[in-house]
Design a protein around this ligand. Structure first.
Ligand code: PMP
Length: 403
């Protein structure tokens, strides 16, 4: 029956870690990994998470019953408040519908399915994604029936934002199209708009009646400040726009495999939010019935307990600062080696990734000659780097740039 089935292509990101694992060279480095690593290259379980987990385990009333379709209601409330801010008028007005989701990916998928079914019949089923973007965005929206289009985002010449191109592309989008925006720490480029640029993007979204869909996978992870990293989203919500928000706790709480996330739809009124939530549940029920409990319970404990939350804030800042210090270490090492070109973008880019502009051939050489594993688009995960390994990476980059 399955003889005709063809081998699917390997996932370009997951494949990097597999290749790294199989590489016997002791100097090997995994810069493809999209997860935080300590200076020693190890995964990190936050102390606040360990403590929340211990409390959950010790609770004699805990059980393994099903969650409701929309998930853990307390988690949903705390998650959206974290993103939108406690003083958010939309929250105070009860006009935000939130469901728990299978991390950021699941939130995007449920959101896309909801939009495909419930956007007004006059709105085009067209989504605008930044070019480039996280690879899964395209497939998620295409599977939900959207026509996928790109707006210019990364300018290879400056390794910064192609802002004029972006504005021109949004200005020519059809009215009512969905506009996907990375709330902060754009993946893969590490390039975010400035506050002034965000204001212009908001104005364009309003002019063209675009529906913003914020993907917030790195709140607190970019700058170390949870509120600063939510500024773009909050600007849009306060303008009165309706929008969609996908949240992930994978990176900022280190809950990767627990799949803790949330999907929120900001509506014009409370009544609409109630109806929207009922339809989100209709999307979820035939997909997976209800979400898993453990990760959301941990996140709810951390967010809801003042002491654990403060621990989290400090630990999150520590992760963000280590990543920022890796940018400095890499930049300094490149500078010392007089590597040709302007590498100041390494310092300017934000979040876990740096988009180096290295060519495919140069990346292949990093892998084959230097045992430095990365995606061939030149994206490096700063989280995979250590102070000890930064000089080695700089030697390797100097070599592939020179030859
Ligand atoms: N959006 C972006 C931009 C991401 O980088 C990621 C993680 N790589 C996600 C969403 C989803 O991650 P998860 O499903 O693990 O929360």
């Amino acid at each position: 029956n399955w003889a005709h089935v063809e081998m699917a292509p390997p996932d370009p990101i997951i494949g990097v870690t597999e290749a790294w694992r199989a590489d016997p060279d002791p100097r090997k480095l995994n810069l493809g990994v999209g997860a935080y690593r300590t200076e020693e290259g190890k995964p990190l379980v936050l102390a606040c998470v360990r403590e929340a987990e211990a409390q959950l385990m010790a609770d004699p009333n805990s059980n393994h019953e099903y969650l409701p379709i929309a998930g853990n209601a307390e988690f949903c409330r705390l998650a959206r408040t974290l993103a939108l801010g406690g003083d958010c008028p939309a929250l105070q007005g009860g006009r935000v519908a939130t469901v728990q989701a299978l991390s950021g990916t699941g939130a995007l998928r449920v959101g896309a399915e909801f939009l495909a079914a419930h956007l007004p019949s006059t709105a085009p089923r067209v989504v605008y994604l930044p070019s480039p973007t996280w690879g899964n965005h395209k497939t998620i929206f295409a599977k939900a029936g959207f026509q996928v289009r790109e707006y210019r985002y990364f300018d290879a010449a400056t390794r910064g934002l192609a802002f004029d191109g972006m504005c021109a592309d949004l200005a020519s989008a059809p009215r009512g199209a969905v506009l996907l925006l990375h709330a902060c720490a754009h993946n893969p480029t590490g390039v975010d708009p400035s506050p002034q640029q965000w204001a212009r993007i908001l104005a364009l979204a309003q002019e063209k009646a675009l529906l913003p869909f914020f993907d917030s996978a790195y709140q607190g992870f970019a700058s170390g400040d949870l509120d600063a990293d939510a500024a773009s989203l909050r600007l849009f919500v306060r303008s009165g726009l309706e929008l969609v928000l996908a949240q992930s706790f994978a990176k900022n709480m280190g809950l990767y495999g627990e799949r803790a996330g949330a999907l929120s739809v900001v509506c014009k009124c409370k009544d609409t939010a109630g109806r929207v939530e009922s339809q989100l549940k209709m999307v979820i029920r035939p997909m997976y019935s209800n979400p898993p409990m453990h990760g959301a319970a941990i996140a709810a404990k951390v967010l809801g307990d003042a002491r654990l939350r403060e621990m989290w804030r400090v630990e999150l800042k520590g992760m963000a600062e280590r990543i920022i210090s890796m940018r400095r270490a890499l930049y300094d090492a490149l500078y010392e080696r007089n590597v040709p070109g302007d590498w100041s973008f390494v310092l300017k880019q934000i979040g876990m990734f740096s988009y180096t502009g290295l060519s495919r051939v140069q990346c292949q050489k990093l892998v084959n000659k230097w045992h430095i594993h990365l995606t061939l688009d030149g994206r490096i995960s700063m989280a995979g780097l250590s102070a000890q390994k930064a000089p080695y990476l700089a030697d390797a980059i100097a070599d592939v740039v020179a030859n």
